[in-house]
Design a protein around this ligand. Structure first.
Ligand SMILES: Cc1cc2nc3c(=O)[nH]c(=O)nc-3n(C[C@H](O)[C@H](O)[C@H](O)COP(=O)(O)OP(=O)(O)OC[C@H]3O[C@@H](n4cnc5c(N)ncnc54)[C@H](O)[C@@H]3O)c2cc1C
Length: 413
């Protein structure tokens, strides 16, 4: 039992998926809720995401202009095309199926934020979620059922909670652990190409996705040398998830499957890293140029190759060569999500006995955690949204479902 659309809603995370939920709520016929608060450690909407794009010096998104946090697919196109022609290139690229630039996404985010009802922005990090003990018929003045406790101890009271914190655990291959400990290797998410010294570096980049490609291309462009190691042949794909997973045919099949089968289908659909065709062509062209400093080693035993590289590096060091084969290993090995090990929500999931399949919770059609006043978007919504749940293409359907669920839960008073 929850309060009316006068509900107090707390959203954890202020990235694109959180914004999509509030933008979808804004489209609904019900009045804006009594109180909406967003908690995020950053000062403004989507700052963390922009920083991730900035770290890789990405000048455009991988996904096309129709994928964004707004409720109308053509909203970004309309925004760009309303600008003078001379300004449009800074917002959207003419090639790559009109992918937005980071500045284009920022312009859309600003437009969406400006259109929302009142939102309190709370700078902080949510650390735990507590549920008030349930009473059969809560009195009108009963306290809200959820307390989100921030890292600094501050409590946030909510009737309904939306989790949009994009929980992602860097994937570190077992063989790389000692290299992490020794400081030789780092996960790619800690590399910031804007501040890293690249000229003269000799880096082994591990991975076969767009992140690995960006790290390799930008490092060699800046005068470094890169050996890119991938356990599979490098594969071209326009988007993270094949476009067939964005349409009704495969999603109908997905939704008809059991939760456990859906979990397997997600792995089949995502299936490791791929590189957009344009970036893969650039990579191959660079590797074909002996002066580029880029070597591609694909479909190899990465651990063995790396060992060989490191051995030759130490031989070179003994022979007082000035240019070692490798002085850093960057692991562009992706991310995993496991709701049970997430300190924010894992204890709640366990205590509530919500079934979990390969780290993903079962959810209702409205992306609610069954029996709890808690909704999820992003990675944790995958069993309800499909394999593209963590991408921008997953944001709009997830947001529409959550907004519907918030409205339903609010009117269940
Ligand atoms: C470099 C890069 C490029 C990408 N390019 C594309 C692309 O072109 N197309 C595409 O579809 N997808 C792309 N993605 C995937 C992308 O991450 C998703 O599409 C989407 O933008 C993620 O949005 P989000 O809101 O779920 O997560 P985020 O943008 O990560 O936002 C989550 C927010 O939650 C906050 N947060 C985390 N923990 C807490 C906490 N405990 N308490 C409070 N706040 C918290 C974070 O600070 C952050 O602001 C890309 C990802 C990366 C890393």
């Amino acid at each position: 039992m929850v309060r009316g659309m006068g509900s107090r809603i707390v959203v954890v995370g202020g990235g694109p998926h959180a914004l999509a939920v509030l933008a979808a709520l804004n489209e609904r016929p019900e009045p804006w809720p009594e109180s909406v608060a967003v908690v995020d450690p950053h000062e403004r909407w989507t700052a963390a995401w922009e920083d991730k794009l900035g770290r890789l010096l990405l000048d455009r998104l991988r996904s096309p202009q129709v994928h964004h946090p707004g409720p109308r697919p053509m909203q970004l196109r309309d925004l760009v095309e309303a600008c003078p022609a001379a300004d449009q290139l800074a917002l959207r690229r003419p090639e790559d199926e009109r992918a937005p630039t980071p500045a284009g996404m920022r312009a859309l985010v600003d437009e969406l934020v400006a259109g929302l009802g009142p939102v309190e922005w709370i700078v902080g990090r949510a650390a735990s979620i507590e549920l008030a003990p349930t009473t059969p018929v809560p009195a009108d003045d009963a306290p809200p059922p959820v307390i989100v406790r921030l890292e600094d101890g501050r409590p946030l009271h909510a009737d309904l909670l939306v989790l949009a914190h994009n929980p992602s655990i860097p994937r570190i291959p077992g063989w790389a652990e000692p290299m992490i400990t020794s400081g030789l290797a780092r996960h790619a998410s800690t590399v910031d190409l804007r501040t890293e010294t690249l000229a003269g570096r000799a880096v082994a980049v591990v991975g076969g996705g767009l992140t690995a490609a960006c790290l390799a291309l930008e490092t060699t462009r800046a005068g470094g040398r890169v050996t890119m190691l991938s356990r599979r042949p490098l594969r071209a794909r326009p988007y993270d998830v094949d476009a067939s997973w964005l349409g009704p045919r495969r999603l109908t099949e997905f939704m008809a499957a059991s939760p456990a089968e859906r979990r397997s289908l997600i792995d089949v659909a995502r299936d490791g890293g791929t590189i957009p065709p344009r970036a893969l062509s650039e990579l191959r062209a660079a590797a074909a140029d002996p002066g580029s400093g880029l070597v591609l080693r694909e479909a190899v035993d990465v651990e063995a190759e790396l060992e060989e590289l490191l051995e030759s590096a130490s031989d070179e060091a003994c022979g007082a060569q000035t240019e070692p084969s490798v002085d850093a290993v960057w692991l562009a090995t992706g991310f995993a999500s496991d709701v049970l090990t997430d300190p924010l929500v894992g204890p709640l999931i366990e205590a509530s006995h919500i079934p979990v399949h390969g780290g993903l919770p079962e959810v209702t059609d409205d992306l609610q955690l069954p029996g709890l006043p808690v909704f999820v978007v992003g990675p944790y919504a995958a069993l309800g949204v499909g394999p593209a749940s963590r991408n921008l293409s997953g944001a709009r359907p997830a947001a529409a479902a959550v907004a519907r669920g918030l409205a339903r839960a609010s009117s269940a008073d």
